[in-house]
Design a protein around this ligand. Structure first.
Ligand code: COA
Ligand code: AMP
Length: 627
C-alpha cells in the first residue's frame, strides 16, 4: 500500500484518532471532550467541548513562538503601484487594534459583521479581528451588486458592516459606498454601524450617526485580546450560489476549520512554516478565506494578497513578477487565469524575464481544468501542476494529488484522488455505486471531515434538503463525475443550475429571476454555455410577451444591464436570444441539458418526454454555437 493509500485508509478507519493527531498542531485553550460528536447525526460536530481561537492560532501563536519578525502578509497591488509588508507582530497588532475598534462599536461575540471590501490588507485584518473577538464575519465579494449584498445583509443580520470607498478594476474605479448605501436601503435589516476605509482614489460620503472612518475608529480603540471561542462556534458565514436567487449561507466553525486547513497546508499543498504561499483569488470567495487568509497564517507561512489581474496589470507576466519578487514557492489560482495568460502570451515568453527558481508547485481549482491549459502551464513553467477539486461548502480540497504525502502521477483532466478524510463515491440515480468509468452523482459518505460545513446559516432544513436527503448517509456535491480504474476521479459538470464563469460560481436561477422581471419578458431560461476563456458564460433565451414590438437588440441591452445591476458585472450575459417558445417536457420543465448541447454544438437526442419537438428545431435555427 502506498503512503497516500495508507494515510487515506487510516483517516476513514479511525477518523477520531486521525483528526485528534492533526489537532495537536494547534493551541487549544481547553481540549475537546469528543473528537467526533455524532449524537445529532447527520449533523456531525468536530472537537465538541474544545476551546480554541482561530486568530490566536493564526497570529499570536507565531508571535509568541519564533515568527514575530517573519513576514505574515505581503500586499501587492499593481493597480495602485503599492507593495506593503506586515510581519506577524505587525499583523497581530493591527488585528488586535481593529478588534478593539469593533468592540468599541458594540460588536459582541456571536454577532455578525459583513465585510464588503476590495483586495486590500484591511479586508484580511477585519476578518481576523472578527475571529479574535468571536464575532462571525460574512465577506461579500466586491463584484456583487447592491441587491446581492442586500440579500446577504438581510440574512446574516450584521450589527456592523466594514467596507471601503472603492475597489479598483483595470481602467475604472468601482465605488463601493453607493452600493452599500443602496443595499442597506433595500434590506429590511439595518446594521447599526458601518466602518469605511477611505482609499486615496475615492472619498466616500459618510452617513452621519451611522458611518465611521476606519482610521478614526482605530484612533479611539485599544487592542482586544482573543476571546474564548468554542471549537463548534461559528467563525464565518460565506454565502454561495444555489439553484435559486437565494444564496446559501455556508457556516464554518473554529475548531474543525483550523485543524483541516493546517492539515491541508502540509498534506495537500506540501508547504512548510516560513515559506511563501500565494493564492491569486479574492477574499470574497472560499479560496480567499481558506488560502489567502486562514490556511497560510495558521501554517506560519507568508501569504500574498494581490490586488490585480493575471493580464493587463500591466501584462501577462504579472504573475511571474509576483512569484519572482516575493519568492513564492506554492501558487494557487483558477484555470481561467491561465487561459487568459496563454491567450496573450501563447509562447510564455514573459516567463523568461523572471527568476522563478524558488517556485515549486502550481495548484489549479475552482472550475474544471481542461488538459490543454494544464499541459501548457506544466511545459512553460516546468513545475508540477496539480488540479484539485472542492467547493465553498467543503472549505478545503476533497480531491487532490496530495503532494505533501506522496506525489502521484498527474492525469490531465482529473482532479486526482480523495484527500484523507473524504470518502467519495459515484452513485447512480437509484443510489447504487457506479462501475469504474461510468458517470454518476459525486457524493461524500458522512461524516464529512473537519472544516466542512456543519449546516447552512439559520437553515438546517435547507441543509438537509439540498445536500443530505437525496442519498441518506451521503452528502450530495451537485457535481457529476466518474472514477477510473486507478481510483482517480474526473469531475465533468454540475447536475444543477449553477455555472462557473471565470472561476466565479453563479446561479442561472438568480439570473432568470432578474430577466423574468423585465416587463416585456413572458418567460426565459438562462443556461451556461462553453467559453474558451471563461469556461462557461451565461446565455439567456427569452420569450417575449405577445404584442411586444420593440427591437430585440434594445431589449437584449436592457436585460444585460439589469443582470449586471442586480447581480454584478461578473454575471454579464454573453448573449440574449429571443425565441418563439422554450422547449419543455410534457410536465412543463425546460429542457436545459438539451439547450446546452445545442448551444455548445454538441450532439443530442430528442428527449422522449418532449412536449413538441418542433420547439427544438426553432431553437436550433437561432442558436448556433458562437464562433
Ligand atoms: N469588483 C468589481 N468588479 C469586478 C470585480 C470586483 N472584485 N471582479 C470582476 N469585476 C468586473 C470586471 O471589472 C468586469 O467588468 P467589465 O465587464 O465592466 O469589464 C466584469 O466584472 C467581468 O469580470 P471577469 O469575469 O473577471 O472578466 P474579465 O474579462 O474582466 O477578466 C480574467 C477575465 C480571466 C482575467 C479574470 O476573470 C480573472 O482574473 N480570473 C481569475 C478568477 C479567479 O481567480 N477566481 C477565483 C476563483 S479561485
Ligand atoms: P465554489 O463553491 O465556488 O468553489 O465552486 C465549486 C464548484 O466548482 C464545484 O462544485 C465544481 O462544480 C467546480 N469545481 C471546482 N473545482 C473544480 C475542479 N478542479 N474540477 C472541476 N470542477 C471544479
Amino acid at each position: 500500500m502506498s503512503r497516500y493509500q495508507e494515510e487515506h485508509r487510516r483517516s476513514l478507519a479511525d477518523p477520531e484518532g486521525f483528526w485528534a493527531e492533526q489537532a495537536r498542531a494547534l493551541h487549544w485553550e481547553k481540549p475537546w471532550d469528543r473528537v467526533l460528536d455524532a449524537s445529532n447525526a447527520p449533523f456531525h460536530r468536530w472537537f465538541a467541548g474544545g476551546v480554541l481561537n482561530t486568530c490566536y492560532n493564526a497570529l499570536d501563536r507565531h508571535v509568541e513562538g519564533a515568527r514575530a519578525e517573519q513576514l505574515a502578509l505581503i500586499y501587492d497591488s499593481p493597480v495602485t503601484g503599492t507593495v506593503r509588508k506586515y510581519t506577524y507582530r505587525e499583523l497581530r497588532d493591527a488585528v488586535a487594534l481593529f478588534a478593539g475598534a469593533l468592540q468599541a462599536q458594540g460588536v459582541k461575540q456571536g454577532e455578525r459583521v459583513v465585510i464588503y471590501m476590495p483586495m486590500v490588507p484591511e479586508a484580511a485584518i477585519a476578518m481576523l479581528a472578527c475571529a479574535r473577538i468571536g464575532a462571525v464575519h460574512s465577506v461579500v465579494f466586491g463584484g456583487f451588486a447592491a441587491p446581492e449584498l442586500a440579500k446577504r445583509i438581510e440574512d446574516a443580520q450584521p450589527v456592523l458592516v466594514v467596507s471601503a470607498s472603492c475597489g479598483i478594476e483595470p481602467g475604472r474605479i468601482v465605488e463601493y459606498k453607493p452600493l452599500l448605501d443602496q443595499a442597506i436601503e433595500r434590506s429590511a435589516h439595518k446594521p447599526a454601524r458601518c466602518i469605511v476605509l477611505q482609499r486615496p482614489q475615492c472619498q466616500a460620503r459618510l452617513v452621519a450617526g451611522r458611518d465611521l472612518d476606519w482610521h478614526e475608529a482605530l484612533a479611539a480603540a485599544r487592542p482586544a485580546p482573543c476571546a474564548a471561542t468554542a471549537a463548534t462556534d461559528p467563525l464565518y458565514i460565506l454565502y454561495t450560489s444555489g439553484t435559486t436567487g437565494k444564496p446559501k449561507g455556508v457556516v464554518r466553525d473554529h475548531g474543525g476549520h483550523a485543524v483541516a486547513l493546517t492539515y491541508s497546508m502540509r498534506a495537500v499543498f506540501d508547504t512548510r512554516p516560513g515559506e511563501v504561499y500565494w493564492a491569486a483569488s479574492d477574499v470574497g470567495w472560499v479560496v480567499g478565506h481558506s488560502y489567502i487568509v486562514y490556511g497560510p497564517l495558521l501554517a506560519g507561512c507568508t501569504t500574498i494578497l494581490y490586488e490585480g489581474k493575471p493580464v493587463g496589470t500591466p501584462d501577462a507576466g504579472a504573475y511571474w513578477r509576483v512569484i519572482a519578487q516575493h519568492g513564492v514557492k506554492t501558487f494557487f489560482t483558477a484555470p481561467t487565469a491561465f487561459r487568459a495568460i496563454k491567450k496573450e502570451d501563447p509562447r510564455g515568453e514573459l516567463i523568461r524575464h523572471y527568476d522563478l527558481s524558488r517556485f515549486r508547485t502550481l495548484f489549479l481549482a475552482g472550475e474544471r481544468c481542461d488538459p490543454d491549459t494544464l499541459l501548457w502551464a506544466q511545459e512553460k513553467l516546468q513545475v508540477p501542476v496539480v488540479d484539485h477539486w472542492w467547493q465553498t461548502e467543503l472549505g478545503w480540497p476533497a480531491l487532490a494529488n496530495c503532494r505533501g504525502i506522496e506525489p502521484l502521477p498527474v492525469k490531465p483532466g482529473s482532479a486526482s484522488v480523495p484527500v484523507p478524510g473524504y470518502d467519495l463515491r459515484v452513485l447512480d440515480d437509484a443510489g447504487a455505486e457506479r462501475q469504474a468509468g461510468e458517470i454518476g452523482n459525486l457524493v461524500i459518505r458522512l461524516p464529512l471531515p473537519p472544516g466542512t460545513l456543519p449546516t447552512l446559516y439559520r437553515d438546517a432544513a435547507g441543509y438537509r434538503r439540498h445536500y443530505l436527503e437525496r442519498y441518506p448517509g451521503f452528502y450530495l456535491t451537485g457535481d457529476a463525475a466518474y472514477r477510473d480504474a486507478d481510483g482517480y476521479f474526473w469531475v465533468m459538470a454540475r447536475i444543477d443550475d449553477i455555472i462557473n464563469v471565470a472561476g466565479h460560481r453563479l446561479s442561472t436561477g438568480a439570473m432568470e429571476e432578474v430577466v423574468a422581471a423585465h416587463p416585456d419578458v413572458a418567460e426565459c431560461a438562462v443556461i451556461g454555455v462553453a467559453d474558451a476563456l471563461k469556461g462557461q458564460v451565461p446565455l439567456a433565451l427569452v420569450v417575449l410577451k405577445s404584442g411586444v414590438r420593440r427591437s430585440h437588440e434594445e431589449i437584449a441591452r436592457e436585460l444585460t444591464a439589469r443582470v449586471r445591476d442586480h447581480i454584478g458585472a461578473v454575471a454579464a450575459l454573453k448573449r440574449v436570444v429571443v425565441v418563439p417558445r422554450l422547449p419543455k417536457t410534457r410536465s412543463g420543465k425546460v429542457l436545459r441539458a438539451t439547450l446546452r448541447a445545442i448551444a455548445d454544438g454538441r450532439d443530442y437526442t430528442v428527449p422522449a418526454t418532449i412536449e413538441d419537438p418542433r420547439a427544438l428545431e426553432e431553437i436550433r435555427s437561432v442558436l448556433r454555437p458562437a464562433p
